[in-house]
Design a protein around this ligand. Structure first.
Ligand code: DAH
Length: 338
């Protein structure tokens, strides 16, 4: 019995799989197993009562021992039945390098603008990309025969609608919907039928702003623009207004920013120290009328900020086409700006 016990232990040590263990179990405890036969083939009649007793109890011990050891071995063999590949997987290894996604740089600038304007009490709205001729042109004082239509080459759709050429298209929609007083910005995508080059795109982003209230003057416009630019560029912004013509404002201005690279001394980026940045003005009375607002009671200002241009300046991007390129190598560089 001692020999059987040792042999069993030895064989269990060598066993590698559940199948091996099962074979050992059959060999020792099966119907014709070594231990089973030992019990069956022993002629108890030849033994004295004491011998019977001691043999029987030792045999029982052996059986129990064998059953116990086999059960233990079977339990631990389960884990070695797991495929080698998984068994050798080292869960303590350092993880792989996961590439983080990033917001598109224009989205980042847009979110920043939204936060700044929301801080000044502006709503953030959105006009439709597919727009009617009325809202895109007529309602902002650009009638059919107006030369300004030629300045914005338009993608016309077969059903007479168009792709909005500027975010100003949502001005009268906003006035109709909210009345006065109102303050809102509407960032959005604009489309123009243009050939593209490093500084022209047929698809780009603007952020329109509109504030209408009683007694609004150019002073209010200047204050809001200065706050905006100081926050975007994180330092006091110096600006100037030049006369500019846009049919939907009177007077209209080109707002220039004192160049932040050369502090207005003049450099290759700005030329003469000023960067033309935001066209703006006081809302034309006709636009207010289209929005059912009384121009004798209310006045307002509007501006049309080139979001894409602002992103180019902020990040020093020299080719506008990169924004719509879908080139991950470009976008990846903005991962840190999240
Ligand atoms: N909509 C004009 C454009 O796309 C930009 C613009 C100019 C918007 C003056 C304004 C404004 O609100 O006051 O060229």
């Amino acid at each position: 019995m001692e020999k059987i016990r040792k042999q069993l232990i030895e064989e269990l040590k060598q066993a590698k799989s559940s199948q091996d263990i099962e074979n050992i179990r059959i060999k020792y405890l099966g119907r014709k197993g070594v231990i089973t036969l030992l019990a069956k083939e022993t002629d108890f009649s030849k033994l004295s009562p004491e011998e019977k007793k001691s043999f029987g109890s030792r045999l029982n011990d052996l059986k129990n021992f064998a059953a116990e050891q086999l059960a233990l071995a079977a339990e631990s063999a389960k884990s070695s039945d797991i495929p080698k590949k998984i068994r050798e997987l080292d869960l303590t290894m350092p993880g792989g390098n996961h590439r983080l996604g990033a917001l598109h740089p224009i989205t980042t600038v847009q979110l920043e603008l939204q936060q700044i304007f929301q801080g000044m009490g502006f709503m953030v709205l959105q006009g439709p990309d597919v727009e009617s001729e009325f809202y895109n042109f007529e309602a902002v004082n650009i009638p059919g025969d107006h030369p300004a239509r030629d300045m914005q080459d338009t993608f016309w759709l077969e059903n007479g609608m168009l792709l909005k050429t500027h975010t100003s298209a949502a001005q009268v929609r906003t006035l109709e919907r909210f009345g006065a007083p109102v303050r809102a910005i509407f960032p959005g995508r604009c489309f123009r039928y243009e050939s593209i080059d490093p500084s022209h795109e047929n698809t780009f982003y603007q952020c329109e702003g509109l504030l209408v209230d009683e007694n609004i003057s150019v002073a209010n416009l200047i204050a809001v623009m200065k706050t905006l630019l100081s926050e975007v560029f994180r330092r006091e912004a110096k600006i100037r207004l030049r006369p500019g013509f846009f049919p939907f404002v009177e007077p209209g201005f080109e707002l220039d920013l004192n160049c932040l690279i050369c502090n207005g001394k003049g450099c290759p980026t700005c030329g003469d120290g000023w960067i033309e940045l935001i066209p703006c003005g006081l809302v034309h009375p006709r636009v207010l009328e289209f929005g059912k607002i009384d121009p004798n009671k209310y006045s307002g200002f509007a501006f049309g900020l080139g979001l894409t241009r602002l992103a180019m300046m902020k990040y020093g991007v020299r080719d506008i086409r990169l924004f719509n390129s879908g080139d991950v190598r470009f976008y990846e560089q903005f991962a840190a700006s999240l």
